[in-house]
Design a protein. Structure first.
Length: 273
């Protein structure tokens, strides 16, 4: 699979990465099989988060013997230095069965207030910077759903990569964030290329516990959902073509089957060059 440089990190990442939310719904054995299959088919960028149930654990188990051949990216949803360092990062290292993580991102920074808190002297960013100095993480990134806040964040020079949605209905990242990231040599990772997670993946346990919502209420029914099955293939193909036509480094659709991996892998050629 074709690879691109993830901004100033210098990491060479597969143009289609592995979004780690859907494996929450799989058994440990099946999840590890799917993750491993992705690696064998040329995927080397694997995205997860502490907030994604047991995703980190499943991913770590599947990739522990090829650790140096893959790029592991996770996220911390803690906002304070103490919580991020003690509860967040240490647990992520254990879950992923590694002594260092390639990229750790501040998770869900969707407002200037959250950004200010995370970047304060006792904020989560300080913990990540200390961990980087200690060799526990290599690069620091930021994720969120508000490209205007993320643009403000990367202007600080503190972040090596940014993770933001881009799809046929939500094109806001094109207005400022993506051009700015390219100007600053910040890596660009795209989530929700197909409009977001959604039926028929069935995250009832995760959704109820972490989001406080029953499955029927999540995701928002007004959100554009493109998924595999029936006429979803045509919508998925158009959506992927749209995203891969932009100046981005990798896209991380949520994957939970070998069939889905084969599908997106076959379309990675759109992102060559």
């Amino acid at each position: 699979m074709h690879r691109r440089r993830l901004g100033r990190t210098g990491l060479q990442v597969s143009v289609v990465g592995f979004g780690g939310i859907p494996i929450i719904a799989l058994s440990r054995e099946k999840a590890e099989k799917v993750v491993r299959y992705a690696y064998e088919k040329g995927v080397n960028y694997f995205d997860t988060a502490r907030a994604y149930g047991d995703s980190e654990e499943k991913m770590g188990a599947a990739l522990k013997d090829v650790r140096d051949e893959v790029v592991l990216a996770t996220k911390t949803h803690q906002r304070t230095k103490e919580a991020a360092a003690r509860a967040g990062l240490k647990q992520s290292l254990r879950n992923l069965q590694t002594d260092r993580i390639d990229l750790v991102q501040l998770h869900g920074i969707d407002s200037e207030q959250l950004l200010k808190k995370a970047m304060s002297s006792e904020g989560a960013l300080s913990a990540l910077e200390e961990a980087k100095a200690q060799g526990k993480i290599d690069h620091i990134g930021i994720s969120g759903h508000n490209p205007y806040v993320l643009a403000k964040a990367i202007r600080t020079g503190k972040f090596d990569a940014v993770l933001d949605p881009l799809n046929v209905l939500d094109r806001r990242a094109n207005e400022e964030l993506i051009p700015l990231a390219k100007e600053l040599d910040v890596g660009v990772v795209i989530m929700k290329a197909l409009g977001g997670c959604g039926s028929p993946l069935g995250y009832s346990q995760w959704g109820a516990r972490l989001l406080g919502k029953p499955e029927i209420d999540w995701p928002d029914p007004v959100e554009f959902i493109a998924h595999f099955g029936k006429d979803g293939f045509e919508r998925a193909e158009r959506s992927l073509r749209f995203v891969l036509a932009h100046d981005i480094d990798t896209v991380i659709p949520g994957l939970r089957s070998t069939e889905e991996i084969d599908y997106v892998r076959a379309r990675a050629k759109w992102f060559s060059g």
